[in-house]
Design a protein around this ligand. Structure first.
Ligand SMILES: NC(=O)c1ccc[n+]([C@@H]2O[C@H](COP(=O)([O-])OP(=O)(O)OC[C@H]3O[C@@H](n4cnc5c(N)ncnc54)[C@H](O)[C@@H]3O)[C@@H](O)[C@H]2O)c1
Length: 327
């Protein structure tokens, strides 16, 4: 059988490094494209090539055009929702223009690869949506980050419809696991782990009843492998090639804190701070479509995933307790 080549943009980051490893385990010859702005060389497993490039560069476009990839998993992004609010132009530069550079290069490849885009189910549907959100739910992103993800999904749909490209959007809920960063959409897990290890109180904003849908990174990596190879109907409208990747289960911040305290065997105090203005109260996604079309379902239960994550943070040399909490 001929070698199947895969490119993972953002493959030195948290989720991308797990995606790269999962594709390699599935037999792909994997190349990572990452500018190491938040990713780490150490996250790239041996046997996987690293091309240190910016997704906005002509060199990155050249690699996508000429690399002979069967699939490009596009994860490289600016991932901090607050940064996107503070500097929407910088966010759009990486998250819209960078994505467009990759898509346009893929279109120009002699045999265009399937592009599997990492979108968001946590930040795309917005506050008008009544969870669990399915893929057809109306979309009113509450941040420039969410807008950039939705804009990129529209570009994907356009490339699918007009240029007959093979595109998939995976809309992740709140992804947690080893190597995660406190600034991502499930940053609260990293922050609580670091605080439990440092013996400092867990800060919960408001009453702590706000819910999120926490999905383990290994399950997200497996969703990418399935999306890379699945037989799918022709790409057409915005939501047709989009799949929510979560658990369908809402977990409140208080429940999350209690689970992590159990895992850590620590009675670290919980402190309440004022509710943050504009914070979404309820967010979880329907995963029925991923189940029926991609044959994907999450396998790692929350407690088991939290244990793996906490154990990983414990192995890190100098845990820091960041001064703010993301959700
Ligand atoms: N973490 C979550 O809960 C979550 C939820 C929904 C969607 N996502 C999406 O999943 C993807 C991966 O997120 P993550 O949490 O692993 O974040 P991460 O910061 O660990 O990974 C992003 C990677 O992209 C690289 N990168 C950033 N800008 C780049 C550029 N211009 N050129 C090349 N590389 C660049 C970074 O160095 C990093 O390695 C992102 O697209 C993110 O928006 C994450």
């Amino acid at each position: 059988m001929s070698v199947r080549r895969a490119l993972v943009t953002g493959g030195a980051g948290f989720i991308g490094s797990h995606v790269a490893e999962a594709l390699a385990s599935d037999g792909y010859d994997v190349t990572v494209l990452d500018d190491l702005s938040s990713g780490r060389r150490a996250n790239v497993a041996s046997g996987i090539r690293l091309e240190e490039l910016d997704i906005r560069s002509p060199e990155a476009a050249g690699l996508v055009r000429t690399g002979g990839f069967a699939v490009v998993c596009h994860l490289a992004a600016q991932i901090d929702v607050r940064k996107s609010v503070a500097d929407p132009v910088a966010d759009a530069s990486r998250n819209i223009l960078g994505s467009l550079n990759i898509l346009e290069a893929a279109r120009q490849a002699p045999k265009p690869p399937r592009v599997v885009f990492s979108s968001t189910g946590g930040a795309i549907y917005g506050d008008f949506a009544e969870p669990p959100s399915d893929e057809g739910e109306s979309k009113d992103p509450e941040s420039p980050y969410g807008i950039a993800k939705l804009a990129t999904e529209y570009y994907l749909a356009y490339y699918g419809r007009v240029h007959r490209m093979d595109v998939v959007s995976l809309r992740y809920a709140n992804v947690f696991g080893p190597r995660q960063d406190p600034h991502g959409e499930a940053g609260v897990v990293a922050i609580f782990c670091q605080r439990l290890l440092g013996g400092t109180p867990l800060t919960v904003f408001g009453d702590g009843r706000q819910t999120r849908d926490y999905v383990f990174v290994g399950d997200v990596a497996r969703a990418n492998v399935l999306a890379a190879g699945a037989a799918l109907p022709a790409a057409g409208r915005l939501d047709e090639r989009a799949f929510n990747i979560g658990t369908g289960v809402p977990t409140s911040v208080l429940e999350l804190a209690a689970s992590l305290q159990r895992v850590a065997g620590s009675g670290t105090k919980i402190e309440h701070a004022a509710a943050r203005p504009g914070e979404q109260q309820r967010s979880f996604v329907s995963i029925a479509k991923a189940l029926s079309v991609l044959k994907w379902a999450p396998k790692v239960a929350l407690d088991a995933g939290l244990r793996t994550t906490f154990d990983w943070f414990r192995t890190q040399a100098t845990p820091q307790a960041p001064s703010h909490v993301a959700s």
